[in-house]
Design a protein around this ligand. Structure first.
Ligand SMILES: [Zn+2]
Length: 283
């Protein structure tokens, strides 16, 4: 571990309650854009989480649906890609910037699938658009001769994270289990910084090359590996500091996670750190 990691960090303790409201604080209206990954797989970028659009002969499978206000624009973008109707929506986790469109899309007859814990988290927070279909380990959608799998590999960003796997394209949509900056460990929703790298390790058993992160540009498997290694580096370093008897607040103030490879900006790290520190078992 280099000393540069601990140059400067402002620690602000944040209240853990009502956290999903923070995620639904909607940014100013922004034009969404479409990026083509493959002929039948696109992503819609802008505002909330990245939306994946997978076209089959019998209809479309979506991954995540941003904020409620984005639904008309999401559907307009889907229509610019294909005239096939949307049949399924797979949520990667419960946060409002990934599930905000659920209620509106359900009203259009689209079936929504999420991990059981994500559904519980939504229910507890009285979020609209609870999925009618849920699973504990794996849910497979077969449509128009194509296969998409939603799989739970363990705790990470929340306790209900799903990785959406497109085997035909060796591509995964990771939701916020992988973002193009520092991770947010949502302890109010069962997230775990200790488990997170181990969970990614299990995801890496899948055969994939392309990674759609929850937010930010499309990346590669190697980027995910590096990002996970940064997590492990940080964990080991914090563990060493905790063992040596350093105080949480001192460590937090000196910490600069933006220096870790692939982490960059850390808008929510100050909410992740206190829980992560508690998780570190030094005995
Ligand atoms: Zn999230």
């Amino acid at each position: 571990m280099t000393k540069t990691l601990f140059t400067r960090f402002t620690l602000t303790l944040a209240a853990g309650t009502g956290l999903w409201i923070a995620f639904t604080q909607q940014p100013p209206q922004q034009a969404l854009t479409v990026t083509k990954l493959f002929d039948d797989l696109h992503i819609i970028v802008g505002n909330g989480g990245n939306v994946a659009v997978y076209e089959t002969a019998d209809g479309v499978i979506l991954v995540d649906d941003k904020f409620e206000k984005d639904v008309p624009q999401i559907m307009e973008k889907v229509l610019s890609i294909t005239s096939k109707p949307v049949k399924y929506l797979l949520n990667t986790h419960q946060h409002g910037d990934h599930t905000g469109g659920n209620a509106k899309l359900m009203a259009q007859g689209i079936e929504i699938v999420a991990h059981e814990n994500a559904r519980v988290n939504m229910e507890e927070r009285k979020m609209p658009g609870l999925p009618r279909l849920s699973f504990s380990q794996q849910f497979t959608v077969r449509l128009g001769g194509k296969v998409v799998r939603s799989q739970h590999f363990g705790r990470a960003h929340t306790n209900g994270d799903a990785v959406i796997y497109f085997p035909a394209h060796k591509t995964v949509h990771m939701g916020d289990m992988f973002v193009a900056n520092a991770p947010f460990i949502d302890y109010t929703a069962g997230g775990s910084g200790i488990e997170w790298p181990r969970t990614i390790e299990r995801v890496l058993a899948l055969d994939f090359e392309t990674v759609i992160p929850g937010h930010g540009p499309v990346l590669k498997r190697e980027d995910l590996v590096r990002w996970k290694q940064s997590f492990e580096t940080l964990r080991e370093d914090l563990m060493t500091q905790k063992r040596s008897g350093k105080a949480k607040d001192d460590v937090g103030k000196a910490l600069d996670v933006t220096k870790l490879s692939g982490w960059g900006a850390a808008p929510r790290w100050e909410r992740s750190f206190p829980g992560f520190w508690v998780e570190l078992k030094v005995n």
